[in-house]
Design a protein around this ligand. Structure first.
Ligand code: NAP
Length: 289
């Protein structure tokens, strides 16, 4: 019970990785505030939190909108009396050729993924400091270390989240607020699955080809790393760090090498050779979310 009677605020907890993080905190004794736009998903997460015998709440908020974020944070602090841990997990991606992005596409992705993270750090940070300390964990991406095709604003944002994490960690270190990040590789969630339909790819195979441990990451793999970093008991002397959780995807041994891939029936094939030319460049360089 690393978070007994603590309060965690998790953005993006209505789905995927964020949901698992929220449930992880509840399982370890915390009350959890969910800040998300996905009302149905957030309600399901809330039911799970209550199932662990903890209190929770849902705040419908667009993390990219500073005024909404401020109001939602104020209400959460009012409701629970305090917040001890902040996890910035809400995120979106738009896959496109770099010159096809509209200004609105750019602003949307950067607004949610980077400015959204900043909004929560900026408006909840002073509360953590006033309370004598706290912990922030931001969800970046393995894509902030090795890049990938057709996601320029996402990469810019996730790289920005790593930079922001280090900057705030330095500024807040003497104020007893630790700020860290996780960098997930390819994780099986709603964010990664639609690509299968959109690009007609064998995403399941691609995920295994690009991950030396030859499996998808799970939301639980990432949640465990987030809880570790959030815990003062486990990670009390760790700040400004980005913990990569990617089954080895950023080690790099597969870049430019032929992929040995296995179909569901066990036969082997070359993944890169089977990709449609129109969907992606022919290089074997890979895709990491
Ligand atoms: P997900 O299942 O789509 O969850 C993202 C959640 O954020 C959804 O509930 C979504 O609501 C919510 N959200 C989106 N825009 C929002 C906004 N403006 N304000 C508030 N909430 C918003 O995706 P996931 O895979 O769990 O991703 C979680 C985080 O992990 C993201 O930051 C993502 O970039 C990062 N990540 C994921 C992977 C991966 O392979 N899955 C890899 C590296 C990093 P809606 O459902 O309504 O959109």
């Amino acid at each position: 019970m690393r978070f007994k009677d603590r309060v965690a605020l998790v953005t993006g907890a209505g789905s995927g990785i964020g949901r698992q993080i929220a449930l992880g905190f509840a399982e370890e004794g915390a009350d959890v505030s969910i800040h998300d736009l996905n009302q149905g998903g957030a309600a399901e997460t809330l039911a799970g939190i209550r199932g662990h015998g903890r209190s929770g709440e849902v705040r419908l908020v667009d993390v990219s909108r500073a005024a909404e974020v401020r109001r939602a944070i104020d209400r959460t602090v009012e409701r629970f009396g305090r917040v001890d841990v902040l996890v910035n997990c809400a995120g979106i991606n738009i896959y496109m050729d770099p010159f096809d992005y509209s200004d609105e596409d750019w602003e949307r992705v950067v607004g949610v993924d980077l400015t959204g993270t900043w909004n929560y750090c900026r408006y909840l940070g002073p509360h953590l400091v006033e309370r004598g300390g706290g912990s922030i964990v931001n969800v970046s991406s393995a894509g902030s270390i090795v890049t990938s095709y057709y996601r320029a604003p996402y990469m810019a944002s996730k790289g920005g989240v790593r930079g922001l994490t280090m900057a705030l960690a330095l500024d807040l270190a003497e104020r007893n607020v630790r700020v860290n990040a996780v960098a997930p590789g390819i994780v099986d969630t709603g964010m990664t699955r639609p690509r299968e339909k959109r690009l007609g790819r064998v995403t399941d195979h691609a995920a295994r080809a690009l991950t030396p441990m030859r499996r998808w990451g799970t939301p639980d793999d990432v949640a465990k790393a987030v809880l570790f970093l959030a815990s003062d008991g486990d990670a009390g002397f760790i700040t400004g760090h980005t913990l990569v959780v990617d089954g080895g995807a950023t080690i790099g041994n597969q870049w430019g090498q032929p992929f040995r891939m296995t179909r569901e029936d066990g036969s082997e094939f070359d993944w890169a050779a089977e990709q449609p030319q129109s969907a992606a460049p022919t290089s074997t360089a890979g895709r990491v979310e």
